[in-house]
Design a protein around this ligand. Structure first.
Ligand SMILES: NC(=O)c1ccc[n+]([C@@H]2O[C@H](COP(=O)([O-])OP(=O)(O)OC[C@H]3O[C@@H](n4cnc5c(N)ncnc54)[C@H](O)[C@@H]3O)[C@@H](O)[C@H]2O)c1
Length: 267
């Protein structure tokens, strides 16, 4: 399908800024939303300020859109009270608004931190046990369940992208396995929006690496074939000093996220 009006939440953010440019040729019009300031609207764009925790505002935001790329929210480990507003309430508000306004398809930015307590080197399929590595990972796991519920109950299609490390260039040894290039992110989201039928599916958001931790042969059926790999960066990254062998950030797929917190404020 070619979206007639695509809503991107979190459009002011790192990934949102890339997808704002990259998806433009593939949609008729875009509504760009964030709680943070955004560049002014260009041709075919609307810019709407909205807090995802504000239910009526999210309802107004979604009205008139036929597809959503949901990137908005807290993108790292933080106290639960912060996560709950943007990531837990936010994702429910968004899917409820999608149901009310007849949106048929969403692409949800989930995260590798849904499976962060699997060991590094283990190779996971998309049906592996979820082992969130903190409140952030828990919130993304919850978001995946919300997406599943709205498909089972209301037939709203979703792709949940368990994004690895989406940055311009990989910058540590872990990213030899977790890096997702901006080009591959764009292509993955484009494929999810364009597929004639999507259903509910979980996909790894990762480029094509020599020793992958995550595998999903089914992604190719969507037409997604990653163009980038961490291999050209290997020599540079392997020159970096390794973490201590007992460091949890070296043992678990979630890296440094597995040792963040606890957050002791508010007691
Ligand atoms: N960058 C990565 O490597 C990566 C990896 C895994 C998952 N993700 C997910 O992808 C999405 C985008 O990540 P990013 O790296 O661009 O993060 P980012 O922080 O740059 O962008 C997120 C945006 O969400 C907005 N936001 C936060 N709270 C909000 C609220 N209550 N209401 C409305 N907007 C709000 C922020 O202002 C920000 O612009 C996030 O959901 C993140 O969890 C990113």
């Amino acid at each position: 399908m070619r979206p007639q009006r695509l809503l991107i939440t979190g459009a002011a953010g790192r990934l949102g800024s890339h997808l704002r440019q990259g998806l433009k040729p593939h949609v008729a019009a875009m509504r760009l939303s964030d709680i943070a300031p955004m560049a002014p609207a260009g041709v075919g764009e609307e810019v709407v300020s909205c807090d995802l925790a504000d239910k009526p505002a999210v309802g107004r935001l979604v009205a008139g859109c036929d597809a959503v790329v949901h990137l908005g929210g807290i993108p790292n480990e933080q106290p639960f009270e912060r996560i709950v507003e943007a990531n837990i309430k936010g994702v429910v508000h968004l899917y409820e608004a999608a149901r009310r306004h007849g949106v048929r398809r969403l692409v949800y930015a989930s995260s590798n931190h849904v499976v962060g307590f699997h060991r590094q080197g283990e190779v996971l399929g998309t049906d592996c046990e979820r082992r969130p590595d903190g409140f952030y990972g828990l919130s993304k796991s919850f978001g995946e369940d919300v997406a599943r519920l709205y498909f089972d109950r209301w037939g709203i299609e979703s792709a949940c992208l368990r994004i690895g490390s989406c940055v311009a260039q990989p910058s540590d040894r872990r990213m030899l396995h977790t890096w997702l290039s901006h080009r591959d992110l764009n292509e993955l989201v484009r494929c999810c929006l364009a597929a004639p039928s999507l259903g509910f599916r979980i996909l790894w958001g990762v480029s094509a690496h020599r020793d992958p931790w995550w595998r999903d042969e089914a992604a190719a059926s969507l037409g997604f074939h990653p163009a980038d790999s961490s291999e050209p960066h290997r020599e540079r990254l392997e020159r970096l000093p390794p973490l201590d062998a007992s460091d949890p950030a070296r043992l678990y797929q979630g890296g440094a996220f597995v040792k963040m917190g606890p957050f002791e404020d508010g007691w």
